[in-house]
Ligand binder design. Structure first.
Ligand code: ATP
Ligand code: MG
Length: 398
Protein backbone atom coordinates (compact mmCIF):
# COMPACT_ATOMS: atom_id res chain seq x y z
CA UNK A 1 0.00 0.00 0.00
CA UNK A 2 1.09 3.55 -0.70
CA UNK A 3 2.34 5.44 2.33
CA UNK A 4 0.03 8.42 2.42
CA UNK A 5 1.05 11.33 4.60
CA UNK A 6 -0.86 11.52 7.88
CA UNK A 7 -2.73 14.75 8.52
CA UNK A 8 -5.11 16.35 11.02
CA UNK A 9 -7.68 18.74 9.59
CA UNK A 10 -8.59 21.33 12.18
CA UNK A 11 -12.04 22.88 11.83
CA UNK A 12 -13.16 25.99 13.63
CA UNK A 13 -16.49 27.76 13.88
CA UNK A 14 -16.73 30.45 11.33
CA UNK A 15 -19.68 32.34 12.80
CA UNK A 16 -18.84 35.99 13.24
CA UNK A 17 -15.50 35.61 11.55
CA UNK A 18 -15.30 37.94 8.64
CA UNK A 19 -12.67 39.91 6.79
CA UNK A 20 -9.63 40.84 8.79
CA UNK A 21 -10.97 39.21 11.96
CA UNK A 22 -10.94 35.91 10.28
CA UNK A 23 -7.33 35.89 9.23
CA UNK A 24 -6.23 37.22 12.64
CA UNK A 25 -8.17 34.38 14.26
CA UNK A 26 -6.70 31.77 11.91
CA UNK A 27 -3.14 32.99 12.39
CA UNK A 28 -3.55 33.09 16.18
CA UNK A 29 -4.92 29.55 16.20
CA UNK A 30 -2.22 28.34 13.84
CA UNK A 31 0.58 29.79 15.97
CA UNK A 32 -0.92 28.43 19.19
CA UNK A 33 -1.27 24.93 17.75
CA UNK A 34 2.19 25.04 16.22
CA UNK A 35 3.84 26.02 19.47
CA UNK A 36 1.84 23.59 21.64
CA UNK A 37 2.65 20.69 19.30
CA UNK A 38 6.39 21.28 19.68
CA UNK A 39 6.95 17.85 21.20
CA UNK A 40 5.00 16.00 18.50
CA UNK A 41 6.27 14.87 15.07
CA UNK A 42 4.78 17.72 13.06
CA UNK A 43 6.25 18.79 9.73
CA UNK A 44 4.19 21.89 9.09
CA UNK A 45 0.77 23.48 9.52
CA UNK A 46 -1.02 25.20 6.67
CA UNK A 47 -4.22 27.13 6.13
CA UNK A 48 -6.32 25.25 3.60
CA UNK A 49 -9.75 26.44 2.45
CA UNK A 50 -11.22 27.36 5.84
CA UNK A 51 -9.30 24.73 7.80
CA UNK A 52 -5.88 24.28 9.27
CA UNK A 53 -4.05 21.20 8.16
CA UNK A 54 -1.39 19.66 10.41
CA UNK A 55 1.03 17.46 8.46
CA UNK A 56 2.71 14.68 10.41
CA UNK A 57 6.15 13.28 9.89
CA UNK A 58 6.70 10.11 7.88
CA UNK A 59 6.70 7.01 10.05
CA UNK A 60 4.17 8.34 12.58
CA UNK A 61 1.86 5.48 13.56
CA UNK A 62 -1.87 5.48 14.12
CA UNK A 63 -1.60 5.57 17.93
CA UNK A 64 0.53 8.69 17.91
CA UNK A 65 -1.62 10.20 15.19
CA UNK A 66 -4.67 9.74 17.43
CA UNK A 67 -2.81 11.26 20.35
CA UNK A 68 -1.94 14.34 18.32
CA UNK A 69 -5.56 14.72 17.21
CA UNK A 70 -6.84 14.45 20.78
CA UNK A 71 -4.27 16.96 21.95
CA UNK A 72 -5.34 19.43 19.27
CA UNK A 73 -9.03 18.92 20.10
CA UNK A 74 -8.44 20.38 23.58
CA UNK A 75 -6.92 23.61 22.33
CA UNK A 76 -9.29 26.60 22.58
CA UNK A 77 -10.62 27.66 19.19
CA UNK A 78 -10.78 24.12 17.78
CA UNK A 79 -14.30 22.98 16.88
CA UNK A 80 -13.42 19.61 15.36
CA UNK A 81 -10.41 17.54 14.35
CA UNK A 82 -10.66 15.07 11.48
CA UNK A 83 -7.67 12.85 11.01
CA UNK A 84 -6.52 10.64 8.17
CA UNK A 85 -4.40 11.01 5.04
CA UNK A 86 -3.39 13.45 2.37
CA UNK A 87 -3.45 12.01 -1.14
CA UNK A 88 -3.33 13.16 -4.77
CA UNK A 89 -6.52 14.33 -6.50
CA UNK A 90 -6.96 11.05 -8.21
CA UNK A 91 -9.93 8.74 -7.72
CA UNK A 92 -7.84 5.57 -7.45
CA UNK A 93 -5.54 7.14 -4.88
CA UNK A 94 -8.55 8.36 -2.89
CA UNK A 95 -10.00 4.89 -2.88
CA UNK A 96 -6.73 3.41 -1.69
CA UNK A 97 -6.42 6.03 1.07
CA UNK A 98 -10.08 5.42 2.01
CA UNK A 99 -9.37 1.71 2.42
CA UNK A 100 -6.34 2.61 4.53
CA UNK A 101 -8.45 4.87 6.75
CA UNK A 102 -11.12 2.19 7.17
CA UNK A 103 -8.49 -0.37 8.10
CA UNK A 104 -7.71 1.79 11.15
CA UNK A 105 -11.30 2.03 12.30
CA UNK A 106 -11.78 -1.14 14.32
CA UNK A 107 -15.17 -2.84 14.08
CA UNK A 108 -18.01 -1.21 12.18
CA UNK A 109 -21.16 -2.57 10.60
CA UNK A 110 -22.11 0.31 8.32
CA UNK A 111 -20.49 3.29 6.63
CA UNK A 112 -20.96 6.11 4.17
CA UNK A 113 -18.72 8.40 2.16
CA UNK A 114 -19.11 12.15 2.50
CA UNK A 115 -17.17 14.10 -0.09
CA UNK A 116 -16.74 17.86 -0.30
CA UNK A 117 -15.14 19.79 -3.12
CA UNK A 118 -13.64 23.18 -2.30
CA UNK A 119 -12.42 23.53 -5.85
CA UNK A 120 -14.82 23.03 -8.69
CA UNK A 121 -11.91 22.48 -11.03
CA UNK A 122 -11.95 18.83 -9.97
CA UNK A 123 -14.04 17.13 -12.66
CA UNK A 124 -16.00 14.72 -10.44
CA UNK A 125 -18.79 16.33 -8.38
CA UNK A 126 -19.23 15.38 -4.74
CA UNK A 127 -22.34 13.26 -5.42
CA UNK A 128 -20.44 11.20 -7.97
CA UNK A 129 -17.45 10.91 -5.64
CA UNK A 130 -19.72 9.57 -2.90
CA UNK A 131 -21.13 7.03 -5.29
CA UNK A 132 -17.91 5.92 -7.00
CA UNK A 133 -15.63 5.89 -3.96
CA UNK A 134 -18.42 4.50 -1.75
CA UNK A 135 -18.88 1.67 -4.26
CA UNK A 136 -15.19 0.83 -4.31
CA UNK A 137 -14.89 0.90 -0.51
CA UNK A 138 -17.96 -1.29 -0.29
CA UNK A 139 -16.29 -3.81 -2.63
CA UNK A 140 -13.26 -3.81 -0.31
CA UNK A 141 -15.54 -4.38 2.71
CA UNK A 142 -18.33 -6.59 1.34
CA UNK A 143 -19.57 -7.57 4.82
CA UNK A 144 -20.21 -3.90 5.76
CA UNK A 145 -23.35 -2.17 4.56
CA UNK A 146 -23.60 1.31 3.12
CA UNK A 147 -25.96 3.39 5.23
CA UNK A 148 -26.78 7.07 4.72
CA UNK A 149 -28.41 7.80 8.08
CA UNK A 150 -26.38 7.24 11.27
CA UNK A 151 -23.71 4.96 9.87
CA UNK A 152 -21.11 3.55 12.30
CA UNK A 153 -18.39 5.15 10.22
CA UNK A 154 -18.20 8.15 7.93
CA UNK A 155 -15.32 8.40 5.50
CA UNK A 156 -14.83 12.09 4.81
CA UNK A 157 -13.13 13.35 1.67
CA UNK A 158 -12.16 16.94 1.06
CA UNK A 159 -10.85 17.90 -2.34
CA UNK A 160 -8.96 21.16 -2.31
CA UNK A 161 -6.53 22.88 -4.62
CA UNK A 162 -3.80 20.43 -5.55
CA UNK A 163 -4.68 17.55 -3.24
CA UNK A 164 -7.34 15.77 -1.24
CA UNK A 165 -7.77 14.68 2.35
CA UNK A 166 -9.39 11.47 3.49
CA UNK A 167 -10.36 10.58 7.03
CA UNK A 168 -12.46 8.07 8.92
CA UNK A 169 -11.96 9.67 12.32
CA UNK A 170 -13.38 12.93 13.52
CA UNK A 171 -13.53 14.18 17.08
CA UNK A 172 -15.21 17.18 18.64
CA UNK A 173 -13.00 20.00 19.84
CA UNK A 174 -13.64 22.16 22.87
CA UNK A 175 -14.59 25.16 20.75
CA UNK A 176 -14.24 28.74 21.92
CA UNK A 177 -11.64 31.18 20.63
CA UNK A 178 -7.86 30.92 20.36
CA UNK A 179 -6.08 32.06 23.52
CA UNK A 180 -4.68 35.52 22.89
CA UNK A 181 -7.62 36.80 20.89
CA UNK A 182 -9.45 38.37 23.87
CA UNK A 183 -6.80 40.14 25.93
CA UNK A 184 -5.56 39.22 29.41
CA UNK A 185 -7.18 38.46 32.76
CA UNK A 186 -5.93 38.05 36.33
CA UNK A 187 -7.35 34.85 37.82
CA UNK A 188 -7.58 34.29 41.56
CA UNK A 189 -6.42 30.72 41.89
CA UNK A 190 -6.74 28.68 45.05
CA UNK A 191 -5.81 25.03 44.86
CA UNK A 192 -9.54 24.24 45.05
CA UNK A 193 -11.83 22.73 42.44
CA UNK A 194 -13.57 25.86 41.22
CA UNK A 195 -10.94 28.42 40.32
CA UNK A 196 -9.04 26.29 37.74
CA UNK A 197 -12.34 25.63 35.97
CA UNK A 198 -13.15 29.35 36.04
CA UNK A 199 -9.77 30.22 34.53
CA UNK A 200 -10.15 27.56 31.89
CA UNK A 201 -13.61 28.81 30.87
CA UNK A 202 -12.29 32.32 30.37
CA UNK A 203 -9.23 31.07 28.49
CA UNK A 204 -11.60 29.15 26.23
CA UNK A 205 -13.11 32.51 25.30
CA UNK A 206 -9.70 33.65 24.14
CA UNK A 207 -8.23 35.39 27.21
CA UNK A 208 -4.67 34.81 28.36
CA UNK A 209 -4.79 33.87 32.05
CA UNK A 210 -2.39 35.22 34.62
CA UNK A 211 -2.98 33.51 37.96
CA UNK A 212 -2.50 34.84 41.45
CA UNK A 213 -2.34 32.51 44.41
CA UNK A 214 -2.42 33.56 48.05
CA UNK A 215 -0.45 31.10 50.10
CA UNK A 216 -0.69 30.75 53.86
CA UNK A 217 3.10 30.80 54.05
CA UNK A 218 4.84 31.41 56.42
CA UNK A 219 1.95 30.49 58.74
CA UNK A 220 1.26 27.25 56.84
CA UNK A 221 3.31 24.90 54.70
CA UNK A 222 3.61 25.63 51.00
CA UNK A 223 1.55 22.60 49.90
CA UNK A 224 -1.05 24.72 48.14
CA UNK A 225 1.68 26.34 46.04
CA UNK A 226 2.74 22.94 44.68
CA UNK A 227 -0.85 22.06 43.91
CA UNK A 228 -1.39 25.35 42.08
CA UNK A 229 1.79 24.70 40.10
CA UNK A 230 0.45 21.24 39.15
CA UNK A 231 -2.83 22.84 38.10
CA UNK A 232 -0.95 25.42 36.03
CA UNK A 233 0.88 22.61 34.25
CA UNK A 234 -2.46 21.08 33.27
CA UNK A 235 -3.69 24.43 31.92
CA UNK A 236 -0.35 24.96 30.21
CA UNK A 237 -0.92 21.95 27.93
CA UNK A 238 -3.63 23.83 26.07
CA UNK A 239 -1.83 27.16 26.22
CA UNK A 240 -4.26 28.75 28.70
CA UNK A 241 -1.94 30.15 31.32
CA UNK A 242 1.05 32.46 31.06
CA UNK A 243 2.09 32.98 34.66
CA UNK A 244 1.28 32.38 38.32
CA UNK A 245 2.04 34.95 40.98
CA UNK A 246 2.43 33.56 44.48
CA UNK A 247 1.76 35.83 47.44
CA UNK A 248 3.00 34.75 50.88
CA UNK A 249 -0.09 35.94 52.69
CA UNK A 250 -0.10 34.11 56.04
CA UNK A 251 1.29 36.91 58.18
CA UNK A 252 -1.25 39.40 56.90
CA UNK A 253 -4.07 36.99 57.50
CA UNK A 254 -2.89 36.53 61.02
CA UNK A 255 -2.87 40.27 61.54
CA UNK A 256 -6.34 40.59 60.07
CA UNK A 257 -7.52 37.83 62.39
CA UNK A 258 -6.17 39.79 65.36
CA UNK A 259 -7.54 43.14 64.34
CA UNK A 260 -11.00 42.75 62.83
CA UNK A 261 -14.17 41.17 64.27
CA UNK A 262 -14.13 37.39 63.59
CA UNK A 263 -17.29 37.50 61.53
CA UNK A 264 -15.72 39.90 59.05
CA UNK A 265 -12.37 38.15 58.63
CA UNK A 266 -13.21 36.36 55.41
CA UNK A 267 -14.60 39.44 53.72
CA UNK A 268 -11.50 41.31 54.79
CA UNK A 269 -9.06 38.65 53.51
CA UNK A 270 -10.91 38.71 50.26
CA UNK A 271 -10.94 42.49 49.92
CA UNK A 272 -7.20 42.57 50.40
CA UNK A 273 -6.72 39.70 47.91
CA UNK A 274 -8.76 41.63 45.35
CA UNK A 275 -6.77 44.82 45.93
CA UNK A 276 -3.47 43.00 45.36
CA UNK A 277 -4.89 41.20 42.32
CA UNK A 278 -6.03 44.49 40.85
CA UNK A 279 -2.61 46.09 41.27
CA UNK A 280 -0.94 43.16 39.54
CA UNK A 281 -3.61 43.11 36.84
CA UNK A 282 -2.84 46.72 35.97
CA UNK A 283 0.85 45.96 35.88
CA UNK A 284 0.44 43.24 33.25
CA UNK A 285 -2.38 45.05 31.38
CA UNK A 286 -5.06 42.56 32.36
CA UNK A 287 -8.55 43.93 31.79
CA UNK A 288 -10.43 41.96 34.46
CA UNK A 289 -10.18 39.85 37.58
CA UNK A 290 -11.57 36.29 37.46
CA UNK A 291 -12.76 34.20 40.42
CA UNK A 292 -14.31 30.77 40.84
CA UNK A 293 -17.24 32.00 42.92
CA UNK A 294 -20.62 30.38 42.50
CA UNK A 295 -23.67 32.05 43.99
CA UNK A 296 -24.61 30.73 47.43
CA UNK A 297 -22.03 27.94 47.45
CA UNK A 298 -20.33 29.05 50.67
CA UNK A 299 -20.73 31.86 53.22
CA UNK A 300 -18.53 34.26 51.27
CA UNK A 301 -20.59 33.83 48.16
CA UNK A 302 -23.81 35.60 49.11
CA UNK A 303 -24.78 38.68 47.12
CA UNK A 304 -23.96 40.96 50.07
CA UNK A 305 -20.50 39.47 50.50
CA UNK A 306 -19.79 39.47 46.81
CA UNK A 307 -20.69 43.14 46.83
CA UNK A 308 -18.48 43.78 49.86
CA UNK A 309 -15.43 42.27 48.12
CA UNK A 310 -16.23 43.71 44.71
CA UNK A 311 -16.27 47.24 46.02
CA UNK A 312 -12.60 46.95 46.94
CA UNK A 313 -11.68 47.19 43.25
CA UNK A 314 -12.70 49.05 40.12
CA UNK A 315 -11.69 46.51 37.47
CA UNK A 316 -14.54 44.27 36.33
CA UNK A 317 -14.68 40.95 38.23
CA UNK A 318 -15.68 38.02 36.02
CA UNK A 319 -17.24 34.99 37.68
CA UNK A 320 -17.70 32.40 34.97
CA UNK A 321 -19.09 29.85 37.45
CA UNK A 322 -21.59 32.12 39.19
CA UNK A 323 -24.59 30.19 37.88
CA UNK A 324 -23.03 26.74 37.77
CA UNK A 325 -23.87 23.91 40.19
CA UNK A 326 -21.04 22.24 42.06
CA UNK A 327 -21.64 18.89 40.35
CA UNK A 328 -21.25 20.48 36.94
CA UNK A 329 -18.09 22.25 38.07
CA UNK A 330 -16.69 18.93 39.31
CA UNK A 331 -17.57 17.36 36.00
CA UNK A 332 -15.67 20.10 34.15
CA UNK A 333 -12.70 19.76 36.51
CA UNK A 334 -12.59 16.04 35.73
CA UNK A 335 -12.62 16.66 32.00
CA UNK A 336 -10.00 19.35 32.35
CA UNK A 337 -7.81 17.04 34.46
CA UNK A 338 -7.50 19.21 37.58
CA UNK A 339 -10.00 17.43 39.82
CA UNK A 340 -7.53 14.94 41.34
CA UNK A 341 -5.06 17.70 42.13
CA UNK A 342 -7.71 19.97 43.61
CA UNK A 343 -9.06 17.16 45.77
CA UNK A 344 -5.83 17.01 47.76
CA UNK A 345 -5.82 18.73 51.09
CA UNK A 346 -3.83 21.89 51.48
CA UNK A 347 -4.01 24.44 54.22
CA UNK A 348 -4.61 27.60 52.22
CA UNK A 349 -5.08 30.96 53.76
CA UNK A 350 -8.84 30.72 53.82
CA UNK A 351 -8.78 27.61 55.97
CA UNK A 352 -6.27 29.20 58.31
CA UNK A 353 -7.80 31.62 60.78
CA UNK A 354 -11.33 30.71 59.73
CA UNK A 355 -13.93 32.21 62.04
CA UNK A 356 -16.50 29.85 63.54
CA UNK A 357 -19.46 31.67 62.04
CA UNK A 358 -18.54 33.95 59.16
CA UNK A 359 -20.80 36.85 58.28
CA UNK A 360 -23.09 35.94 55.43
CA UNK A 361 -24.61 39.37 54.99
CA UNK A 362 -21.79 41.85 55.49
CA UNK A 363 -22.87 45.48 55.74
CA UNK A 364 -20.67 47.95 53.93
CA UNK A 365 -20.35 50.37 56.86
CA UNK A 366 -19.13 47.57 59.17
CA UNK A 367 -16.68 46.38 56.55
CA UNK A 368 -15.24 49.83 56.01
CA UNK A 369 -15.00 50.46 59.76
CA UNK A 370 -13.10 47.20 60.24
CA UNK A 371 -10.85 47.94 57.30
CA UNK A 372 -9.90 51.29 58.82
CA UNK A 373 -8.18 49.28 61.58
CA UNK A 374 -5.67 47.87 59.08
CA UNK A 375 -2.53 49.67 57.88
CA UNK A 376 -3.26 48.87 54.24
CA UNK A 377 -1.14 51.73 52.88
CA UNK A 378 1.84 50.11 54.49
CA UNK A 379 0.88 46.51 53.77
CA UNK A 380 0.05 46.69 50.09
CA UNK A 381 3.47 47.92 48.86
CA UNK A 382 5.12 45.47 51.26
CA UNK A 383 3.07 42.56 49.88
CA UNK A 384 3.77 43.63 46.29
CA UNK A 385 7.48 43.39 47.05
CA UNK A 386 7.19 39.81 48.30
CA UNK A 387 5.34 38.38 45.30
CA UNK A 388 7.04 35.52 43.46
CA UNK A 389 6.34 34.52 39.87
CA UNK A 390 6.39 31.35 37.80
CA UNK A 391 6.09 31.42 34.02
CA UNK A 392 4.41 28.83 31.81
CA UNK A 393 4.37 28.21 28.09
CA UNK A 394 1.58 30.29 26.61
CA UNK A 395 1.99 31.02 22.90
CA UNK A 396 -1.11 33.24 22.93
CA UNK A 397 0.52 35.72 25.30
CA UNK A 398 3.18 36.67 22.79
P1 ATP B 1 -12.20 27.15 44.97
O1 ATP B 1 -12.78 25.79 44.71
O2 ATP B 1 -11.77 27.82 43.71
O3 ATP B 1 -11.15 27.15 46.03
P2 ATP B 1 -14.17 27.77 46.91
O4 ATP B 1 -15.43 27.08 46.59
O5 ATP B 1 -13.25 27.19 47.89
O6 ATP B 1 -13.41 28.03 45.53
P3 ATP B 1 -13.89 30.38 48.21
O7 ATP B 1 -12.90 29.88 49.16
O8 ATP B 1 -15.01 31.25 48.69
O9 ATP B 1 -14.63 29.25 47.36
O10 ATP B 1 -13.14 31.16 47.08
C1 ATP B 1 -13.82 31.79 46.05
C2 ATP B 1 -12.83 32.22 45.01
O11 ATP B 1 -11.86 33.10 45.59
C3 ATP B 1 -12.00 31.09 44.46
O12 ATP B 1 -12.66 30.41 43.42
C4 ATP B 1 -10.78 31.81 43.98
O13 ATP B 1 -11.03 32.45 42.75
C5 ATP B 1 -10.59 32.86 45.07
N1 ATP B 1 -9.69 32.35 46.13
C6 ATP B 1 -10.00 31.73 47.27
N2 ATP B 1 -8.89 31.40 47.97
C7 ATP B 1 -7.84 31.83 47.24
C8 ATP B 1 -6.42 31.79 47.41
N3 ATP B 1 -5.85 31.23 48.45
N4 ATP B 1 -5.64 32.34 46.44
C9 ATP B 1 -6.20 32.91 45.35
N5 ATP B 1 -7.52 32.97 45.15
C10 ATP B 1 -8.34 32.44 46.07
MG1 MG C 1 -11.22 26.98 48.06
Amino acid sequence: MTDFQRICLVHYHEIGLKGKNRSTFEMRLLRNIESLLQDFPVVTIQRISGRLCVFLREGTDFALHTEVAQFIANIPGVARVSFGFKCPRDMDAMIEAGIGAMAESGQFGSFKVQARRSHTDFPVCSMDMNRIIGGALSDAYPQVKVQMVNPDLTVGIEVVEGSSYIFAHSIRGIGGLPVGSSGRVMCLMSSGIDSPVAAWRIARRGAVCFGIHFSGRPQTADTSEYLVDDIAHVLEKTGCIARIYVVPFGDYQREIAFKVPPKLRIVMYRRLMFMIAERLAKKVHAGAIVTGESLGQVASQTLENINATNSAVTLPVLRPLIGTDKLDIINDAQKLGTFEISSQDAPDCCTLFMPRSPETHAKMEDVLAAEALLPLDEWIPEIMEKIERHDYRCPGSR
